[in-house]
Design a protein around this ligand. Sequence first.
Ligand SMILES: [Zn+2]
Length: 421
Amino acid sequence: MKTTYQYRLRPNKRQAQIFESWLELCRKQYNFRLDERLSWWSENRCPVNSCSLVSCSIAPPREQPNYYEQKKDLKTSKQLFPEYGDVHSQVLQNVVERVKKVYERYTVPDKNGKRSGKPRYKKVGRYRSFTFPQMKVDSIQGNRINLPKIGLVKMIVHRPIPVGFQLKTTTIVKKAEHWYISLVLEDVSIPEFIPDIIPTAENTVGIDVGVNSFLVTSDNEVIKNPRWYRKSEKRLALLQQNLSKTKRGSRRRRHLGKKLSKTHNKIANQRRDFHHKTAKLLVDNHEVIAHEDLAVKNMSKRVAPKIDDEGKYLPNNQSQKSGLNKSIIDCGWSQFLSILTVKAAKAGRLCVAVNPSGTSQKCSNCNQDVPKKLKDRWHSCPHCGASLDRDLNAALNVKQKLIQRRSVGRHDRNAQAVLNS
Ligand SMILES: [Zn+2]
């Protein structure tokens, strides 16, 4: 079983300087390697590989730079720029690996035929982490960690590292002027298993996540939506506005930039804390948790433009949708559901995603279709007379869907995600 723990680091001045300089060197290396890949792509991706013109100055097609070639070529970087000798070799190799990943996501379509956008070069301060892919088992000594080529760095161990887990990889991250360390830990002795629980009406709870209230359970427990981002939105807007008025490279700009990133960081921390507490509450009280299989990315998409016959753009209510999108993203459902899934797996409980189709439109009492719009907050069924809150109705439907399905096997998508994590 694998798990990740993150701690705050307290590097001394010298160590912080090393961190900074490594980040900058990694950033330059990243941009250089990415440029090698992208320039090859722009010059050679054309399927025509020969030209009928005799005297042309087109460069002959060259080999595509690949992971191994680039990794070998790190030697040249070290010869040309001796400062690369100070960076741990595996950290540099990891930079090449990151380039490989983003490039492949850009050029090779996934199973749905979709590719990611073109990877961007990183500006100063945009490259925020470096990774040690292998760590010695005894690297952690009390509240210090022994990093290769850097030495013992103090970390704030706010919770103990679980017994029996071994250190695999380590990433140093800079977040809003502070340094953090992510430790990937593995315990091979704990097998990955899915508990053998059969969902029944007694042990199962269905949850419906929403924007109005963060979630409603099928037992009609309502958890309010704290709307962290919405609360700080004005302050963020003001900071952003002030920042845009300052001169590039000025002290004030740097100062405001720090403030802005601190605020964003705080919002993210508050949200994560809330997610953990809510997930714990659910896992403590229920054996099986059913939730909708949400595609948050699709839900928070922009509205397709409407164009009339003359090519003019018609109103498409994008501004309303933008407001909803902000609220959807502010909820952070994906993060919550992944926290919930992991927490449930650790506690030997079951957390299963069900198909979301029809959960809000069907009546939980008589299973007939009761069409309603997003603004209709109350479910009243004309067929059986059931009258209840819309979200509660959806939560009951989610619960029923899971109980009726019964076969919760290894092929369940979310369970698989836990297995792979
Ligand atoms: Zn009904």
